[in-house]
Design a protein around this ligand. Sequence first.
Ligand SMILES: Cc1ncc(COP(=O)(O)O)c(C=O)c1O
Length: 454
Amino acid sequence: MKSLEGANIDQMRRDALDHCIFPLARVEDVHRDGPNIYVEGRGVELVDQEGRVYLDMMSSHTRANSLGYGNDEIARAVYEQLGRLHYVGTYDNFVAPAVTLAAKLADLAPGRLSQVMYVSGGSEAVEAALKLAKQYQVVSGKKPRAYKVIARWGAYHGSTMGALSVTDWLGTRHISEPGVPGTTLIPAPTRYRNPFGMPDDEYEAFCADYLEKQIEHEGPDLVAAFIAEPIMQANGVQPPSAAYFRRVREICDKYGVLLIIDEVITGFGRTGAWFASEHYGIEPDIMTMAKAMTAGYFPMGAMMTRAELLEALPVFRHVHTFSGHGGGVAAATANIAICQRDGVIERARENGRYFLEALKDALRGEAIVGDVRGVGMWVAVDFTSDRKTRAPFTDDTVKAVVRHMREAGVLASGIGVSAFEMAPPLISEREHLDRAVSAAAEAVRHVAGERGLA
Ligand SMILES: Cc1ncc(COP(=O)(O)O)c(C=O)c1O
């Protein structure tokens, strides 16, 4: 794999600093540590412009590249579709494989989800979901005044205004407020640490009961939907129990509140299942997906729902220009075919178990490690400055661990200030996972030792 020549490296860095916007990154940090410019990828490895090779244990920073880099089969499928028929508009116009893909998605999706609307990414999928929920409640006559949506503390559903309004990343949301009216947030189950200091199971039951109280408080006739990620990313991979979602489903049914499950980050194998809903037996009324839908080879998302919801609507009043672009359809179709043919998801489930156990073993007894948890190929390490009180770090300790791993050639990602995450490509071999575990353990020991925290 090739690097750039010295003069080109400097010019590219200057051009990036002069002309590129760095979404969510602190400009000061980018000027000090970055920008990270890559020139090539193969399998689970990335090469930066100076020729340094990294083991990408994030499947790209946003966890989309579930099949790694340089997958010729997907690239060829996209190329061929773009040459044959790249795009024909929206309304009732489809490139033919979009129809076949919709039927395929209906096979794979949980419960009775059978109708697909294509979009270009996760935030757009969430916008479509929120709009469908409100339109269904009003037009069906079930709840003609319903406009409210309940979401959860710590949720991330995207950055467009509707999706942002049901998102709880305050640093991102506050500056854009006021958001869409009618949104309220309730507590969400989190492992290891919660704002009330309750035991995990007790807190989880409290969070489910809270949904019922909130619906009653907001006025059941006004509440259109509840939106939740099946496994939250907040402070690092938060798997709830099946009991939580059973109770959530019961409450939604009791009050005629639609359950929107956001599978944008969890869908297409990340958790060792096609969708994380399968782990919990969740039957969503509406579901969103994006990211690994195309293994990251084309920007695409989708919103799915049950036939009954659409049958109530003479028109679904929502549209985007690039709905069902042929490139995305080809990439998603190829991704699904590869996963099915090669048993990618089953392997992710097994290797994910191996990865989590290996990480737990390697970090056992480390003074600054509070909790190691995960589902499938998605793991998080939650750090603490005090194992008795489980206090999170509020300084740059966890950032330093992630930086040290990067220096050792392994890419992980900090979550909040006190956890880090790894979401390896589903095709990772055990030798890659072993290397990632060793790098994580070495970085934890190094940073803890250096700061007198060991
Ligand atoms: C659960 C979830 N929903 C929605 C989104 C937004 O997706 P996008 O960034 O493609 O708009 C994300 C992105 O990280 C996500 O994790």
